[in-house]
Design a protein around this ligand. Structure first.
Ligand code: FES
Ligand code: FES
Length: 157
């Protein structure tokens, strides 16, 4: 069955005519061309498809598009403001926490949500928060350092 689904993404409203059994990930990438959200496993394991739903990280490959109606969706495209990268994006660059970049949108959004909820996140809390996001390249150390550089316990925010 197809119907119009209204989505609020990065503070803008989109109306999408879609089958109701499609995932949010499919609609983001295929219909709205918001391809910053990556598809890795497609089955909820890798975290590369992470977006924020009402500020919380979710796997968009596991979410029906209809389940995202009426919620605030944030994708990696929504982090930069007025042409300036968010501090967490800058931190990933500064700390060389990006190699191939495939995991980065999900990793950055997960770190962003953690710091909003817990601005003094410790290394242990950061490692726990990103434990569902798989990175094949970096060995995680630089990713943890990047997120930690913004935690107030490190005096940066
Ligand atoms: S693509 Fe969604 S968790 Fe891997
Ligand atoms: S930077 Fe390549 S998978 Fe993380």
């Amino acid at each position: 069955m197809k119907r119009n689904v209204i989505l609020r993404i990065n503070n803008e409203e989109y109306t999408v005519l879609t089958k109701t059994n499609r995932t949010l990930l499919e609609v983001l990438r295929e219909d709205l061309h918001l391809t910053g959200t990556k598809e890795g496993c497609g089955e909820g394991v890798c975290g590369s498809c992470t977006v924020l739903l009402d500020g919380r990280p979710v796997r968009s490959c596991l979410l029906l598009v209809t389940e995202a109606e009426g919620r605030e969706i944030k994708t990696i495209e929504g982090l930069a403001k007025e042409g300036r990268l968010d501090p967490i994006q800058e931190a990933f660059i500064e700390h060389h926490a990006i190699q191939c970049g495939f995991c980065s949108p999900g990793m950055i959004l997960t770190g962003y949500a953690l710091l909003k909820e817990n601005p003094r996140a410790t290394e242990e809390e950061i490692r726990f928060a990103i434990s569902g996001n798989i990175c094949r390249c970096t060995g995680y150390v630089k990713i943890v350092e990047a997120i930690r550089s913004l935690s107030t316990s490190e005096g940066r925010r």
